[in-house]
Design a protein around this ligand. Structure first.
Ligand code: NAD
Length: 299
């Protein structure tokens, strides 16, 4: 299958590579020349612009940071037309970025008017899941469009869920990430408390992992450097899922909660803690670096 892939960052890069390795003809593009070079070195064909990736493509996939990037890409900005103008009728668009559900619905509606099916398919599983091809996809759109997307999604993920109509994938995603943001702070607090009491963090983490406090951070993403070799914490909090991206998702959850008058007190507190962490200069570090907020300093 010919696939256009736009956005080759921490997630999009390995996702596009998995499609290439599965034998699809991928034409990829990113605004960052470094991101393009990295993927080009793996044998993936790099286009000179987003529009150029479209030549012959049956499926277009995007993996961009936030709502404004997705809206500008597909619907245009500053008077310039968006990519939708150039996408042939009958093409399937899969946007895997985590963005506002309202933006996903807007793009899907604009696509529908032009005969282009657009589904939102945000992911969970982190960069490890993107590399291993074991992501979880949460899809918003019609059942029929999800079935069209399934063979492609299966090359990048292990779990594919139909959350509901357009935008529903995004709603599921922000519920999940609100929980993730909260549990990473809770896990950090518990580890920091144990360490302040002289416990070995590896032993404490293992005890909690196998006890009632067990969770995804303890399984795969320990926030303390040195506990888990593969976690971003042990790589200087580089790569992974940026603090500013988590802050964006917690902001989306709060906007959504306000719109439907839901009570999300811990989600609100978590957003403020990540905001403080970002303001302290850690926005580009992986979000598990939030443990820095609660680590005791030696007396
Ligand atoms: P990233 O910042 O590493 O990559 C985003 C890429 O998009 C960058 O390389 C940037 O240059 C590119 N880009 C921006 N605008 C563009 C445009 N108009 N055309 C082409 N390229 C453009 O971000 P990421 O970590 O890969 O995350 C991407 C999305 O996935 C975000 O919405 C994020 O919330 C979500 N997500 C991330 C993770 C994670 O663990 N990193 C996990 C799940 C979901």
């Amino acid at each position: 299958m010919k696939i256009a892939f736009i956005g080759l960052g921490n997630m999009g890069g390995p996702m596009a590579l998995n499609l290439h390795k599965a034998g699809h003809a991928v034409s990829a593009f990113d605004l960052s020349t470094d991101a393009c070079k990295k993927l080009g070195a793996e044998g993936v064909s790099i286009a000179k612009s987003a529009a150029e990736t479209l030549a012959g493509a049956e499926v277009v996939i995007s993996m961009l940071p936030a709502s404004q990037h997705v809206e500008a890409l597909y619907l245009g900005s500053d008077g310039k037309p968006g990519l939708l103008e150039h996408i042939p009728v009958g093409t399937l668009v899969i946007d895997s970025s985590t963005i506002a559900a309202a933006t996903s619905r807007k793009v899907a509606e604009a696509g529908g008017k032009r005969g282009v099916a657009v589904i939102d398919a945000p992911v969970s599983g982190g960069t490890g899941g993107a590399i291993a091809g074991t992501l979880t996809f949460m899809v918003g759109g019609s059942e029929a469009d999800l079935e069209r997307a399934r063979p492609v999604l299966e090359k990048m993920g292990a779990n594919i869920f139909h959350a509901g109509g357009a935008g529903a994938g995004q709603t599921a995603k922000i519920c999940n990430n609100m929980l993730l943001g909260i549990l990473m702070i809770g896990t950090s607090e518990a580890i920091a408390l144990g360490v302040a009491n002289g416990l070995d963090p590896k032993v404490l983490s293992e005890i909690m992992r196998r006890s009632s406090g067990g969770n995804w951070a303890l399984e795969k993403y320990n926030p303390l450097p040195g506990v888990m070799e593969t976690a971003p914490a042990s790589k200087g909090y580089a790569g992974g899922f940026g603090t500013d991206l988590m802050l964006k998702d917690l902001g989306l959850a709060q906007e959504n909660a306000a719109a439907v008058r839901a009570a999300t007190p811990l989600g609100g507190l978590a957003r403020n803690l990540y905001a403080a962490h970002s303001l302290a200069g850690h926005g580009a570090l992986d979000f598990s670096s939030v443990i820095k907020l609660v680590q005791s300093k030696p007396a």
